[in-house]
Design a protein around this ligand. Structure first.
Ligand SMILES: [Fe+2]
Length: 229
């Protein structure tokens, strides 16, 4: 029997869809198009599979980078991170063979299975929170190293898709920020947290900072893409 993926609160949430907590999360999502649930997945399992998959799949990385747009009085629009994804994405140079090989690496590393099991276990919960029917599309990785970041973005991304993200962080303390009441507010990358990001929300990723002098920091974001059914 495989080890459980869901943490204590995660297991409680998916088994009590009518509970008050799910109602609260639905309300937060309705207001922000974003919600973060702490203690959703087992941090040890997430870290293990994220690190293994990121290492094995490194040859299939798309480096995503764009300098800030600098104009008198403004600086914005930059980003710098790695994307490991067999699906269509900006800057991808994968041919059919690369895509198939990367899928095989995701399978061999256990990432496909981890994501598939999680999607299956959490689907009714996710649907209850976002109040839409969803279908699981694919898993991919975003990898951030020291100094990587994403400037505020998102307002124009209003496609029919939903992202579920789980950060696994090594040697860093990191956060995503979400626009809330006029300010980009930090949501820390807590071990085992799960986030639902709806379309069109303004957000950014703060630069990855080193915590320990001799350990290069790394943030691996396990991202599950869902479509609206
Ligand atoms: Fe984003």
């Amino acid at each position: 029997m495989s080890r459980p993926i869901l943490a204590e609160q995660g297991a409680a949430l998916v088994s009590r869809l009518e509970g008050a907590r799910v109602g609260e999360l639905r309300e937060i999502y309705r207001q922000l198009r974003f919600v973060q649930v702490d203690d959703m997945v087992r941090p040890d399992r997430l870290a293990e599979v994220a690190r293994r998959a990121a290492e094995l799949a490194r040859p299939y990385t798309t480096r995503c980078e764009r300098p800030h747009d600098v104009a008198p009085g403004s600086l914005a629009g930059g980003y710098r991170f790695d994307r490991i994804d067999w699906g269509a994405h900006a800057g991808s140079r994968h041919g059919e063979e690369d895509r198939a090989a990367l899928r095989a690496v995701f399978d061999a590393s256990g990432l496909s299975r981890f994501a598939g099991e999680l999607a299956q276990a959490a689907l009714p919960f996710l649907e209850a929170v976002v109040d839409r029917e969803l279908s699981y599309d694919r898993v991919f990785l975003l990898v951030y190293r020291e100094g990587d970041f994403i400037d505020p973005h998102g307002d124009s991304q209003v496609g029919q898709r939903l992202m579920v993200q789980m950060p696994a962080c090594f040697g860093c303390r990191t956060a995503l920020r979400i626009l809330k009441d006029g300010y980009l507010e930090p949501f820390y990358d807590e071990p085992g947290c799960l986030r639902i990001l709806g379309p069109g929300i303004w957000h950014d990723v703060l630069p990855i900072l080193r915590l320990e002098p001799d350990r290069p920091p790394e943030r691996v974001l396990v991202s599950l893409r869902f479509s609206y059914a």
